[in-house]
Design a protein around this ligand. Structure first.
Ligand SMILES: [Zn+2]
Length: 156
């Protein structure tokens, strides 16, 4: 019984630290949402919205823009019941695609070149406003200490 509890506690701790490292929203230099485009943090996508379209800039490990050459991206929106392939347009610095409906998920598959393995990244396009920071939830990074921020705001 003791062993089981210890194992459970350890499992929980590992899960918690995993959630902490990967659960928070990371924002890029343009204030957009960062998606992981690699397994080792060497490539990122920064999603911003302009005129009803998602603009996805490709950034390197230092969050510096990468000039596009052989990279490719496919995107899916819609709902789980009815996924929709999105038309992706390639520009010099990234990809442009129609924004999904608020509340839907955007799922993208990024390939660094034709031979590379596709990396899948996803985000929920939650456009409701975060009470703590007034940013839309999909670009809000205060999830981890939301209560703290709320208190600070109420106090001023
Ligand atoms: Zn927030």
């Amino acid at each position: 019984m003791k062993t089981t509890l210890a194992t459970l506690a350890l499992t929980f701790m590992l899960t918690a630290s995993f959630a902490l490292g990967h659960g928070g929203v990371e924002l890029g230099p343009q204030g957009g949402r960062i998606l992981e485009f690699s397994k080792n943090e060497s490539m990122h996508g920064e999603v911003t919205v302009k005129d009803g379209k998602f603009h996805i800039a490709v950034l390197d490990k230092d969050m510096k823009p990468v000039a596009l050459a052989d990279q490719s991206l496919t995107a899916t929106g819609g709902t789980r019941q009815k996924p929709e392939k999105l038309t992706v347009e390639k520009t010099d610095t990234g990809f442009v695609l129609p924004a999904v409906e608020p509340g839907q998920w955007l799922i993208v598959q990024f390939k660094e070149n034709a031979k590379a393995k596709a990396i899948t990244a996803r985000m929920e396009y939650d456009t409701s406003t975060c009470e703590a920071c007034d940013a839309a939830e999909w670009v809000c990074k205060c999830t981890q200490n939301k209560e703290k921020t709320k208190d600070a705001k109420a106090g001023k």
